[in-house]
Design a protein around this ligand. Structure first.
Ligand SMILES: [Ca+2]
Ligand SMILES: [Ca+2]
Ligand SMILES: [Ca+2]
Length: 829
């Protein structure tokens, strides 16, 4: 019997038996290695290094052996590791070989730690409903790593906490919060961390913290009380130990581990891992729709994501929730198949015909969505939380308060030191020369003013801060928003949310960005690449930004943790550094921004505008001279370094790359320009059309290691502004796609990617700087849907710590303000 026949029989059975339990044939299949090179049975996928440890930020909790269990990636990190509970900056193995043997049903991976000249192999073999994971060594574990190297597998805390486990014959429950035993050991015993950095401040003890196991045994059954998470793991040749990684880092996972035996070669550790599959399980349909709701006359199309074994139903209904709380069918319509896209199958339900304002929900088979509005005003508030809450909370060098709550005190009062030559943990470098008049570790005066925290961290990324100012300038020039909900006093270094002060907030936000960037240009002479942490142990800070550093100037003549008699200096090297290697192309970006800022600020703040204009001219002149000395410099091809005429070349080459800039120029140009642009807008409309063929959502879906939210916002903004000038070419339907996507019409789940905004069901956790509280900062926009190879899209909403899906950035969130403003403007037409 082929799979299709089986499915048909099962579906038919379900159909005839109504809602009785489905027949369970397919769930009884064994695990088999599929064409996408992972082990599969209905409800269980076991991936073996489909994603290896090579992301930008070391251990991203996204790699190694992974298990997608009833649709949720709950297990990852399966590999030979050097710590009981590895942190982000602990060493990760480099995959040196991966071999898939379909005949034997095995995947073999070779991995290597270059720092220790240590090689190992892991062989995974399907054995009925389980996989055998075996670790092989051709040479014994290096002496330095004996007792440290082990095979680890990590379990997602938010899916396992509060659930039971059984170890041999003992019972236990996964803790909601980490509160188990630890010990300390000499630093000399700790395997090296990334580039030799240290994630911890040992307070002068010279010892590191090592978690002790919660349990030890040879047989583990995890989640005996939750069939969708139940996994049985046994080992006859090795002891299994369960650890809680959250003791060291809030983003740690539960870790099951077997230390590799010293002095041995061959097959040294063997585990049998059997993830339970619920008989007859089919993934619930995910009905994607806009949680913000719909305007009466706009298109309304839900995209329904179905398990590939699920047979689409012929129709779906829109239910109206009446004023007395009862429901009635407002519309019943056909389901239109779209087809497969990666792991799932997609159908659509178009209910555009319904235009009567009201409260509605969608019913598809047994699945009913939460309610949403159809109303003319549903989009009115989509940018308010971002402008009124998210942005001011990210203002650096200010005390920020809201009602009874203080978001943070004034950070980095001691200012910034000249970075010495160094490598860095957040992908920065300081070259051999400082390119400034300052000596390494000398205080650069005046930099602790203005600027925005980068994202979930607290550094000032100069490039991103330039984008922020650009985005606010664009918002101002396009829409002139007079909204005033924020009190900003640069003199008092004080910000209060929801307190109008008579000045449009956007002008204050531009000013705040410009103040830091101007300080860089004036004090350093050019733009710093970043103002960032000098030590890793305060880079991963979670808490009040004002407590990242001690606020005292670092004085190396004092002992660590010692404070000078006058209370102004300390021996703790926690001050942030300015990375100052000169980059003329960054200076050019800054010059362009300063020039635009001078234009916007000339009435509001003439003195600041004049300073900005002065730096714009100086930086531009010097940068062009420096670039001229580098004849083959790649920057020659960058847009800001090309004459204006080249816009047509750019459009000719790639209409997507040039259209936004071309559209932005329309107000300054004549009718002939607009006519010359028409064919390119037509070409862009064809691209928009082609997206609807590529995926069921019709937006550009990124497959990178950071989800493609920024790309979607950029696309949405271009579509909106193209529609503004060429409504006969760009259909209204294209405009709503991006809003639908952001607010819930996307794969995996149907929650809005924008925190707390107008939506019935926004996401509940984000990778903001309050992520340790499993919370969010209102107005944040998640990068969204992260692709894991070979066929899985994901956005966790119970685990905030994966930055690639849940972190919002200042550049991205201010881009959202432009998109939201443009979108409101277009749909109001
Ligand atoms: Ca950063
Ligand atoms: Ca204001
Ligand atoms: Ca300090």
């Amino acid at each position: 019997m082929n799979a299709m026949t089986k499915r048909t029989i099962r579906q038919t059975a379900v159909f005839f038996l109504g809602l009785l339990a489905p027949i369970t044939t397919s769930a009884q299949e064994d695990l088999r290695l599929n064409d996408l090179e992972y082990f599969e049975r209905q409800g269980v996928n076991v991936l073996v290094f489909s994603n290896s440890f090579n992301g930008g930020f070391n251990d991203e909790k996204n790699s190694g052996i992974e298990i997608i269990h009833h649709g949720v990636r709950t297990v990852q990190g399966g590999a030979v590791r050097l710590n009981n509970t590895p942190e982000q900056w602990d060493l990760v193995p480099r995959m040196t070989n991966r071999q898939v043997d379909h005949r034997q049903g095995t995947v073999e991976v070779a991995m290597r730690y270059d720092d220790y000249d240590f090689d190992s192999r892991v062989v995974v073999t399907a054995k009925g409903k389980a996989v055998e994971i075996a670790v092989w060594l051709d040479k014994p574990v290096p002496e330095k790593l004996a007792g440290e190297a082990g095979f680890n597998l990590e379990f997602l805390p938010s899916q396992y906490w509060l659930k039971t486990y059984k170890v041999d014959n003992r019972l236990g429950r996964f803790p909601r919060y980490a509160a188990s035993l630890t010990t300390t050991r000499p630093n000399s015993e700790k395997p090296r961390q990334f580039k030799g950095f240290k994630t911890y401040d040992d307070r002068g003890t010279n010892r590191f913290v090592d978690p002790l196991p919660l349990e030890t045994g040879h047989s583990f059954i995890m989640a005996t009380d939750a069939p969708e998470r139940m996994i049985r793991i046994t080992s006859e040749d090795a002891e299994l130990k369960l650890y809680d990684g959250r003791l060291l880092a809030q983003n740690g996972w539960f870790v099951l581990r077997s230390v590799l035996p010293a002095g041995k070669t061959g097959k040294v550790v063997t585990w049998m891992v059997e993830p339970h599959a619920i008989p007859g399980w089919t993934r619930e349909p995910n009905i994607g729709f806009s949680q913000v709701g719909y305007m009466p006359r706009l298109p309304k199309v839900a995209v329904i994501e179905l398990d590939k074994t699920d047979t689409p139903l012929p129709s779906a209904s829109l239910l109206r929730i009446k004023d007395d709380g009862t429901t009635e069918v407002a519309y019943r319509g056909d389901i239109k198949p779209w087809g497969p896209f990666y792991k799932y199958n997609y159908v659509k339900f178009d209910f555009s015909a319904v235009q009567e304002p009201g409260v509605y929900c969608i019913e598809y088979g047994r699945t009913r969505t939460n309610d949403f509005l159809i109303d003319a005003h549903v989009y009115d508030k989509i940018t308010d939380a971002t402008t009124d809450v998210w942005v001011p909370i990210h203002m650096n060098h200010m005390y920020v308060t809201e009602g009874y709550r203080t978001w943070h005190g004034e950070p980095f009062k001691e200012g910034y030191l000249q970075a010495p030559e160094s490598d860095h943990f957040d992908l920065h470098r300081q070259g051999a020369t400082t390119d400034t008049r300052y000596k390494p570790l000398e205080l650069i005066p005046g930099l602790n003013v203005g600027g925005y925290f980068d994202a979930g961290d607290f550094d000032i990324e100069t490039g991103s801060n330039i984008s922020v100012v650009h985005n606010f300038i664009r918002t101002w020039e396009l829409f002139k928003p007079q909204r005033d909900e924020t009190f900003v006093s640069e003199e008092q270094r004080y910000v209060e949310l929801h307190r109008p002060d008579g000045v449009p907030d956007v002008l204050q936000y531009i000013t705040h960005g410009v103040l830091n960037l101007l300080a860089q240009a004036e004090q350093i002479g050019h733009m710093a690449s970043t103002l960032s942490n000098s030590v890793l142990d305060n880079y991963h800070h979670l808490g009040d930004a004002a407590s990242i550093t001690d606020g005292l100037h670092y004085d190396p003549s004092l002992r660590p943790y010692e404070v000078s008699d006058d209370g102004k200096r300390s021996g703790t090297p926690d001050d942030l550094w300015a990375f100052t290697t000169r980059n003329p192309s960054l200076d050019l970006q800054a010059a362009e921004m300063f020039s635009a800022a001078a234009r916007v600020l000339k009435d509001y703040s003439p003195e600041l505008a004049e300073r900005a204009q002065k730096q714009a001219q100086r930086l531009s002149k010097e940068a062009h001279e420096l670039l001229a000395e580098r004849p083959n410099h790649a920057m020659r091809n960058r847009r800001w370094n090309r004459p204006a005429a080249s816009i047509w070349e750019t459009l000719e080459r790639n209409v997507g790359a040039g259209l936004q800039r071309a559209l932005d120029s329309i107000p300054m140009k004549d009718e002939a320009y607009r006519q010359r642009l028409r064919p390119y807008v037509q070409r862009y409309a064809e691209y928009i059309d082609s997206l609807a063929q590529q995926n069921p959502y019709g937006v550009p879906i990124g497959l990178g290691n950071w989800a493609g939210g920024g790309q979607v916002l950029g696309f949405g903004t271009t579509v909106c502004i193209a529609r503004r000038y060429f409504p006969d070419i760009i259909p209204l339907e294209a405009v709503v796609r991006v809003a639908d996507w952001l607010y819930g019409c996307h794969p995996y789940h149907n929650y809005s990617f924008v925190a707390a905004v107008g939506a019935a069901r926004p996401k509940q956790v984000f990778y903001g700087n309050n992520r340790a509280d499993f919370s969010f900062i209102p107005g944040n926009v998640a990068p969204g849907l992260l692709f894991r190879k070979p066929d899985h899209f994901e956005n966790f909403d119970d685990w905030p710590f994966l930055w690639g899906q849940n972190e919002g950035t200042i550049a991205g969130n201010t881009q959202y303000i432009i998109f939201g403003s443009a979108f409101k403007d277009i749909v109001a037409e």
